[in-house]
Design a protein around this ligand. Structure first.
Ligand SMILES: CNc1ncnc2c1ncn2[C@@H]1O[C@H](COP(=O)(O)O)[C@@H](O)[C@H]1O
Ligand SMILES: [Zn+2]
Length: 357
């Protein structure tokens, strides 16, 4: 099964750029910083001492996880490092037989390095172009712009503006349509007052962007989830706590089922952030029993030392899935990508002609 999961073509639809940075790339960035600056040695020390990877078995909280994000953000605070991490992340997904990747990130600025949100985004897009236009590349990469729920509303409007401005940036694959395909709402789930973002998400929808929203990653977020689902998002991230108290959330569960909104499932992430007690109680089983569309994803492969193959292996061992079931979960993700019918058709053909034993 392990070989099968590694060899099988895969579709990754929930991967945060900065959370996907591998240990090797972090080493590379630390060396680069050490070579180019002497004043930031404190930052190196902090990053190295804390370690950017969360090791299995640690008693972690989402707070720890978000502290680590801010360390990675400090390390990737100039255009060149943003370019490096994007290229590396794409190559690592490609090496894991990911054939289509929807990477997501929130544009950032840094006055010390003169990085603007716009230059950040350009660096990401140039790296997508350079990583995917080499002859050996078989991966198609699209971008989703993240709105951080912990940041001010103004930032969300700026992100939408940037998404519109750069949606058809030339990444050398005109036949594949726009490179920016959607918007995401994510960030620390304990921050409240997410309703304020609804008009931005609505406007994004009206501009033909697809929407994916992190919902119910922690308990007690049913009311906000109800409001966000009324936007009719195209996919949902996590939805961890809905099935834990199905009676209180039955209306939400019904909506997800009736509107057929696929769920992006991130097993290791949920386990490591302790938002589930253990894998056997993971909500994937609940939704599979209802024959609902679930997409296996990594969330933050660097942060959680995982890969998409590892997530499929974990799903198959935890929930006793056969090779056929694993294959069809991977194949069916094609139907939920944010790209055009033309791209879907290419991926359908790729799956149909792939020989996997
Ligand atoms: C673990 N569960 C999670 N829940 C919510 N938001 C998460 C997340 N994992 C990652 N992010 C969001 O993605 C950002 C890092 O990527 P970018 O800097 O945008 O590339 C984090 O700062 C957070 O806002
Ligand atoms: Zn996420």
């Amino acid at each position: 099964m392990e070989k099968f999961c590694r060899d099988m073509p895969k579709i990754e639809l929930h991967a945060h750029l900065n959370g996907s940075v591998s240990e090797q790339t972090i080493e590379k960035l630390l060396k680069r910083r050490a070579a180019t600056s002497s004043s930031s040695s404190e930052q190196h020390g902090e990053a190295v001492a804390t370690g950017c990877n969360i090791k299995p078995g640690n008693d972690l909280s989402l707070d720890d996880c978000f502290k680590k994000f801010s360390i990675i953000h400090q390390l990737c605070s100039d255009d060149e490092s943003v370019y490096i991490i994007t290229k590396d992340v794409i190559q690592e997904f490609a090496a894991d037989n990911v054939k289509y990747l929807e990477l997501r990130t929130g544009p950032k600025c840094n006055s010390t390095s003169n990085m603007t949100k716009s230059s950040y985004l350009k660096s990401v897009l140039q790296a997508i172009r350079d990583a995917t236009t080499v002859k050996t590349s078989e991966i198609i990469v699209k971008l989703i712009i993240s709105i951080d729920r912990a940041k001010p509303l103004q930032e969300a409007w700026e992100n939408l503006q940037l998404a519109k401005q750069f949606r058809n940036f030339d990444v050398g694959r005109e036949d594949m349509g726009d490179v920016i395909v959607g918007l995401d709402l994510s960030g620390h789930p304990s921050t409240t007052d997410v309703e304020k973002f609804i008009p931005v998400l609505q406007a994004a929808r009206e501009s033909s962007f697809k929407l994916t929203i992190h919902v119910s990653e922690i308990a007690g977020r049913e009311d906000e989830c109800r409001k966000l689902i009324s936007l009719r998002p195209h996919r949902l991230g996590h939805a961890t706590n809905l099935s834990t108290h199905p009676n209180q959330c039955i209306d939400i569960i019904q909506k997800i089922l009736i509107q057929n909104i696929p769920l992006e499932i991130c097993l290791t992430s949920n386990l490591m952030t302790s938002t589930i007690a253990d894998l056997s109680s993971h909500h994937l089983q609940y939704w599979l029993d209802k024959k609902h569309q679930c997409i296996i994803c990594t969330d933050d492969k660097g942060m959680f030392s995982t890969s998409l193959s590892k997530e499929f292996i974990l799903a198959s061992t935890t929930f006793n899935l056969s090779k056929e079931e694993v294959w069809s979960m991977s194949r069916n993700a094609v139907e939920h990508i944010f790209s055009s019918e033309h791209v879907k058709e290419q991926l359908r053909t790729m799956f149909a002609t792939f020989i996997c034993d």
